[in-house]
Every structure is written in C-alpha cells, then in structure tokens.
Design a protein around this ligand. Structure first.
Ligand SMILES: NC(=O)c1ccc[n+]([C@@H]2O[C@H](COP(=O)([O-])OP(=O)(O)OC[C@H]3O[C@@H](n4cnc5c(N)ncnc54)[C@H](O)[C@@H]3O)[C@@H](O)[C@H]2O)c1
Length: 239
C-alpha cells in the first residue's frame, strides 16, 4: 500500500519503520517544513494517510484528506472540540476516517476491562475512584487522549460520577478526577484506581515503547481503505 505519512516526529518515524517492515511503500512524508506539499497528494497517488501531528494541525490535515478522497487514520490528540465537524465532513464526502486516541492493542483491551470493572464497582459505594496518567515532558495536551477515553468508558458505566475533571485539588462527589504527571522518557502510563478504607484495586497499562501504537496505526491503515464511514479500534479489534 502507498502510505502518506503526515507528521514525521516520534510517532511518524516509528510508523515509517513498521510500515516498511510490513512491505508497504511511502507515498510521501509531510511535516511542518513541507506542509504545502500536502496538496500534491490525492486518491490517485495515495492509498491511505496516517496523521500524527499536533492538536492545532490535525483537523486541517484530516479535512484535506477527506476532501481529496484519501482514507485517513489519525492518532493526533487534543483536538476533540472539532470531532463532530470532522465526522460531518466525512459523511458529506462519503469518506473513510479512522480515529483512536490510542492505537495500542493492549490499551484497547485496557479500555475494555476498565468498562467491565466499572460496571461491577458501581454497586460498592465504599470505593473512591480516580485516574492517573503519566507521560514524557514534551507532551503538549493534558489530560492525555487515552486518559479521556478511559474516563468516558468509566463514566458510561458508573452512575455515581457524571463528568471528568483535570487535576482538581478538591473534586466534587460526582466528579472523576484525572491526575496528570510529566516525567522524562515515560511513553505512557494509565491507571484506574479504586480505593476503600481497607484496600485498593488498580488496573494499569504501561507502554514500554511507541511500537505498539505504530503497529496498531498500520493495522488500521491496512484495514480502512474501501470502508466508508467513521471507525475506531472497537471496529478493528471486534471488541
Ligand atoms: N493515538 C495514539 O496511539 C498516539 C500515540 C502517541 C502519540 N499520539 C499523539 O500523536 C501526536 C504526535 O505525537 P508525537 O509523539 O509523534 O509528537 P512529535 O512532537 O514527536 O511529532 C509531531 C510532528 O508533527 C509535526 N507537525 C506539526 N504541525 C504539522 C503540520 N501542520 N503538518 C505536518 N506536520 C506537522 C511536527 O513538526 C512534528 O515532527 C500527538 O498529538 C500525540 O499526543 C497518539
């Protein structure tokens, strides 16, 4: 497959490595220095684009692909306020769009187990629940997209909480607090923690490298072309 890489930072470079290992070719590489070259790409020279850039550039990059018939897999986080607009544009253009805040298969199993645990834990009022996420210091958004997806999965199955809050000093009784910490070289660590007076139950996912994300993104790019609509990891993994 001819893959257009949009964003050639830590993730773009890891995705290139995995895509070439799997026998794909690169239609091109776009980063901030040559962003004007994006207009050279369309459905005649590109089978699929993989977009990992920045919260501010992701919506424009995705729009370009949808308007030019390029199926697009995006992993950029921190731009969810534009998500409905992108979904509408995808439908209007009969396009193919795949989004995941986290492409790791392990994290998506973590999402699934988190939802299951919430359905069981919601009956026990003696437990206090919170989420913690830890990432490298260059991460620009907070909380992480993965932590937000984790929070949404929990909120949908845990009626005692009705919204998530970020780093609240004193969260309200119905608020689910997401604590964010930043340290050098942490790829991504997420924990859902239920604590009672007597014990603690924790579910943790700890990413050891970016390869898990890149493999999931390439898997999504292989799966998406030919499918019309908006998809995510639950569709890809049949969860
Ligand atoms: N969904 C996932 O599984 C997952 C995993 C890791 C990171 N991420 C997210 O992916 C994004 C990128 O992460 P990263 O670690 O590679 O970051 P990075 O900072 O290493 O790389 C981002 C790259 O995008 C480029 N860029 C910025 N604006 C651009 C534009 N308009 N057009 C083209 N390129 C542009 C930058 O120059 C940089 O090279 C972030 O939003 C991050 O949170 C998602």
């Amino acid at each position: 497959m001819r893959i257009l890489l949009i964003g050639y930072g830590k993730m773009g470079k890891t995705i290139e490595q995995i895509a070439l290992q799997k026998g794909h070719e690169l239609a091109g590489i776009i980063d901030i220095q040559n962003r004007d070259s994006l207009k050279e790409y369309n459905h005649t020279n590109t089978d699929v684009a993989i977009e990992f850039t920045h919260p501010e550039s992701a919506p424009e990059n995705i729009k370009y692909c949808l308007q030019h018939g390029i199926p697009v897999v995006s992993g950029s986080t921190g731009w969810m306020q534009h998500f409905e607009e992108i979904k509408d544009l995808c439908r209007q253009n009969n396009g193919s769009f795949f989004y995941a805040s986290n492409y790791s298969v392990g994290v998506n199993l973590f999402f699934h187990f988190n939802e299951y645990i919430a359905t069981k834990m919601q009956a026990y009022e003696g437990f206090h629940v919170e989420i913690k996420e830890v990432h490298h210091t260059q991460k620009v958004d907070k909380p992480s997209g993965t932590a937000i997806t984790t929070a949404e999965g929990l909120l949908n199955n845990y009626p005692a909480k009705n919204k998530w809050v970020s780093d609240a000093a004193a969260p309200g009784p119905q608020e689910l607090n997401i604590i964010s910490e930043r340290y050098a070289d942490v790829v991504g660590l997420h924990t859902v923690k239920y604590t009672s007076e007597h014990d603690t139950i924790e579910l943790t996912h700890n990413a050891h490298s970016r390869i898990g994300f890149a493999e999931g993104a390439v898997m999504a790019a292989e799966w998406l072309p030919g499918k019309k609509g908006i998809y995510g990891m639950k569709d890809l993994l049949n969860l």
